[in-house]
Ligand binder design. Structure first.
Ligand SMILES: C[S@@+](CC[C@H](N)C(=O)[O-])C[C@H]1O[C@@H](n2cnc3c(N)ncnc32)[C@H](O)[C@@H]1O
Length: 380
């Protein structure tokens, strides 16, 4: 194990998460068939590529070009399996409305819109998020608002829980239409609103909910804006809860230590929230097929090189910040994110009016790809 880690370090010097533990996690994922983008361990794309190269040149990796997947050629001996994984597998098979859930997952499987920073979470993450909310009693009997919902978590909560009222607000009409269809088919009574969070929520949604839930773009401006809209929807003078997601790993442009510090301080000091529960490494995203195609292309092209050193050189040259999609940015970590629960009594949104130029100057753009594009432009 140490051997792969060391070999990768010769190629990627600065990745603090390139550890034996992370390489073990990667091998665990590679036991099953996965796309390269689907390898959601904490290491950066460059480190993952380095490890794949090592395994490939040792004859330990089977590559399926058609399916865009990779897999180990032989089984690894494990002493301990992930408890979380076992728990989730156990729960999912026992669900009473599993069929309806499958239907919901099929419906949400639509092409993502980069400009809206869409990136749905996978099935396990969806179940984990629902279970986390349910364990704090934030679903049953509650009025819940989803501030953006490309995950269709609103449908999962309505199918598996007993919420009093569910409202979804999003800019993407396709997604709202899909949620409405499922709602009609299964009698879920989910209300949908098409709205741009650049602007405050409509009056009738302000101050009316027990729980809000958001998975915003992964940057300071985006999180603060989406959380602010969620906070504005909460009831006053009673205990309410909000859920948001942020990355826990240093990402040079988006989530540095200081950014996380600022984010959490603003949520507690300015918005009057108390952090009341965190589930680390709990969210994994589904990489879009076109991104997996690009990653596979880079990998296959690199494996034409006669040696591992030349493979490394090729990957390094090719993996430049090159697309709008964040996971193709080589320093972006494929790490899972942390679900965070914040409790409020006197909620106060940080951003109350329109997210205008002034707000952007203070907190940055709301979309992470905009930050990366600015960075690329500056480097040119
Ligand atoms: C921001 S995406 C999730 C992103 C994911 N966590 C990531 O970092 O890529 C969540 C939802 O917000 C919606 N959304 C994005 N921008 C919006 C906006 N300005 N107003 C309303 N909804 C928006 C998207 O359509 C999507 O359904």
């Amino acid at each position: 194990m140490g051997e792969i880690t060391e070999a990768c370090r010769t190629f990627v010097v600065n990745d603090p998460n390139l550890t034996v533990y992370e390489v073990l996690r990667l091998l665990r994922i590679l036991e099953g068939e996965t796309t390269i983008g689907g390898i959601t361990c904490k290491m950066t794309v460059s480190s993952v590529m380095a490890a794949l190269g090592f395994l490939y040149y040792k004859g330990m990796l089977r590559v399926d070009r058609e399916r865009l997947t990779v897999k180990l050629t032989s089984k690894v001996e494990w002493d301990v399996k992930s408890l979380v994984e076992l728990e989730i597998r156990g729960a999912v098979y026992a669900l009473s409305r599993a069929e309806a859930l499958r239907d919901a997952l099929k419906k949400r499987d639509m092409e993502i819109i980069y400009e809206f920073s869409q990136l749905p979470i996978n099935y396990d993450s969806l179940m984990r998020k629902f279970a986390f909310m349910q364990s704090f009693q934030d679903v049953d009997g509650k009025e819940i608002i989803f501030v953006g919902d490309d995950d269709f978590l609103s449908v999962t909560c309505s199918l598996l829980g007993r919420p009093k009222r569910v409202v979804v607000v999003d800019l993407d009409e396709r997604l709202l239409e899909g949620i409405r269809e499922l709602s009609d088919k299964y009698g879920l009574e989910i209300e949908t609103y098409k709205h741009n969070f650049i602007y405050p929520l409509p009056d009738e949604l302000q101050g009316s909910f027990d729980t809000f839930c958001t998975d915003s773009p992964h940057c300071l401006g985006g999180i603060l804006l989406f959380v602010s809209r969620g906070v504005s929807a909460l009831k006053r003078g009673t205990e309410t809860a909000g859920y948001f997601v942020f990355q826990t790993v240093n990402e040079p442009l988006l989530m540095t230590f200081e950014t996380r510090q600022k984010l959490l301080k603003l949520i507690t000091n300015e918005m009057n929230g108390v952090i009341y529960g965190m589930l680390p490494a709990s969210i994994k995203y589904i990489t879009p097929r076109n991104e997996d195609e690009k990653l596979m292309e880079v990998f296959l092209e690199a494996t034409k090189r006669p040696s591992l050193e030349e493979y490394y050189r090729h990957v390094e040259e090719t993996l430049k910040p090159s697309s709008k999609f964040i996971e193709f940015y080589p320093e972006f970590s494929m790490e899972t994110s942390m679900i965070t629960r914040v409790v409020f009594r006197e909620p106060k949104p940080l951003i109350e009016g329109e997210y205008n130029k002034k707000a952007e100057e203070k907190y940055g753009p709301i979309y992470s790809w905009a930050i990366i594009e600015q960075h690329i432009a500056k480097e040119k």
